[in-house]
Design a protein around this ligand. Structure first.
Ligand SMILES: C[S@@+](CC[C@H](N)C(=O)[O-])C[C@H]1O[C@@H](n2cnc3c(N)ncnc32)[C@H](O)[C@@H]1O
Length: 172
């Protein structure tokens, strides 16, 4: 995918993978199309709010068993995104949260929770039926997280695209 960064807001502290994910979404969907997706592993919400800020037609479910709520609430757009129901935080483990979603109900799933082989494999297996268009995640090919690479390769083989900044994605 050819990436032109010029139309994205960049704060200077933002990690690149948020931009890569935003670009993937902007490339896959028309600007007037509603997009609904899931981020497994919200942490301090920096990716969540980067996406919500840059993609006005996005509704995002964030799943994290231990979100950094204080940090999440610091994001400028937090109150409005919650009020508008564009950001819906589920504080639970991904294995349980998945029960809230119907098959094929999401446009994408981003897997960035527990990076062990076992959990990454489970997240892929559990959430693949939920998403229609793409599944992806972060920390592919990182020495510290060999389980991510193993789980992704086993699930998708040569269908995996490895983008810049350790992002993996599979178009479905
Ligand atoms: C790498 S951080 C997420 C980073 C975030 N996606 C970003 O780009 O800023 C991983 C997060 O996954 C959460 N987590 C770990 N295991 C989980 C599980 N089984 N279910 C849900 N969340 C989990 C952790 O609490 C942590 O906040």
């Amino acid at each position: 995918m050819n990436i032109d960064w010029s139309d994205l807001k960049y704060t200077g502290t933002q990690q690149t993978h948020c931009m890569v994910l935003a670009k993937i979404l902007l490339a896959l969907y028309k600007s007037d199309e509603s997009i609904i997706g899931i981020e497994i592993g919200v942490q301090n919400g920096s990716t969540s709010f980067y996406l919500l800020d840059n993609i006005p037609n996005l509704t995002l479910y964030g799943i994290d068993n231990a979100p950094c709520l204080d940090h999440i609430k610091e994001h400028g757009g937090y109150e409005k995104a919650v009020k508008d129901k564009r950001f819906r935080l589920i504080t639970d483990i991904s294995d349980k949260a998945v029960k809230q979603f119907k098959p094929q109900s999401m446009n994408f799933v981003w897997v960035d929770g527990d990076h062990s082989y076992e959990q990454c494999k489970k997240d892929i297996e559990n959430y693949l039926p939920i998403t229609k268009k793409f599944i992806g995640g972060h920390d592919y090919g990182v020495d510290a997280w060999p389980g991510v690479t193993q789980a992704v390769d086993e699930a998708f083989g040569d269908r995996v695209n490895v983008m810049s900044d350790l992002t993996w994605m599979v178009e479905l």
